[in-house]
Design a protein around this ligand. Structure first.
Ligand code: 13P
Length: 258
């Protein structure tokens, strides 16, 4: 049985699209999605330098599409060359921010402690973290994927306080399925997303955990999204490659509304 939570379809553009391309894609998305189906929320996460042009008039400003960032730094301001604060994102305005993506953990050596500080800073500043977790192929083949992911959740959310489930989103993204064309099955996704929900109940209690959206990510596309969304603990998708084309992203949003 699918969940009753509002579905979230979020596009992670990663390091793609310069200012002009970002503006064009935002305009194409607004045209492709004049209305968002009931029970679905949509958000796009462009590179930091593109946030403003995507948020402006002509971009998502006068549309129901929401804006997210791909990264943040937890300090409020100061000598942190190259970083972006919560308040800076808020001023764009940004409503969501991806943290803990496996690409940040692997290539930029971000730790659970870093993600924990980012989660706390975002929540304090009124931006909803899209907290990513997910195992490597090696961990899955060893049968340790559930233990690994629930440990990531516990470490990353240690001491995080929220008063309602809409202050946090989790994205389960098995690393072996990201950008590989190899997807988890819907049952694989449910197994881990269900375990994530049980961990969220332990941390935040049943009522809050029931309101937290848990997304699947990893080669999600129009052809396979419906299978994931049938599962009780999968509340949407974090989409990479298929979010870079307005027609495929819009098709996924439409499927989420069916
Ligand atoms: O990493 C992802 C989204 O954050 C998934 O990327 P792909 O959809 O390209 O596999």
């Amino acid at each position: 049985m699918p969940s009753k939570r509002t579905r979230l379809i979020a596009g992670n553009w990663k390091m793609n699209n310069d200012l002009n391309e970002a503006k064009d894609l935002a305009q194409a998305l607004v045209a492709a999605l004049p209305e968002i189906p009931e029970g679905v929320e949509v958000c796009v996460c462009p590179p930091t330098v593109d946030l403003r042009v995507v948020s402006c008039k002509g971009g998502v400003k006068e549309s129901p599409i929401k804006l997210g960032a791909q990264n943040v730094y937890w300090e409020a301001s100061g000598a942190y060359t190259g970083e972006t604060s919560v308040a800076m994102l808020k001023s764009v305005p940004v409503e969501y921010c991806i943290i803990g993506h496996s690409e940040r953990r692997d290539y930029f050596k971000e730790t659970d402690e870093d993600e924990n500080k980012k989660a706390k800073a975002l929540i304090a500043g009124g931006i909803v973290p899209i907290f990513c977790c997910g195992e490597s192929l090696e961990t899955r083949e060893a049968g340790e994927h559930v233990a690994f992911v629930t440990a990531q959740i516990k470490a990353g959310l240690e001491g995080v306080e929220i008063s309602s489930g809409d202050q946090l989103v989790i994205a389960y993204e098995p690393i072996w399925a990201i950008g590989t064309g190899k997807t988890a099955t819907a049952d694989d996704a449910q197994e881990v997303c269900g375990a994530i929900r049980a961990t969220l109940v332990e941390i935040f209690g049943q009522e809050i955990a029931d309101g937290i959206r848990v997304l699947y990510g990893g080669s999600a596309k129009p052809e396979n999204i419906a299978g994931f969304l049938e599962k009780e603990d999968v509340d949407g998708a974090l989409v990479g490659g298929a979010s870079l084309k307005a027609d495929s992203f819009a098709a996924m949003v439409e499927k989420a509304g069916e």
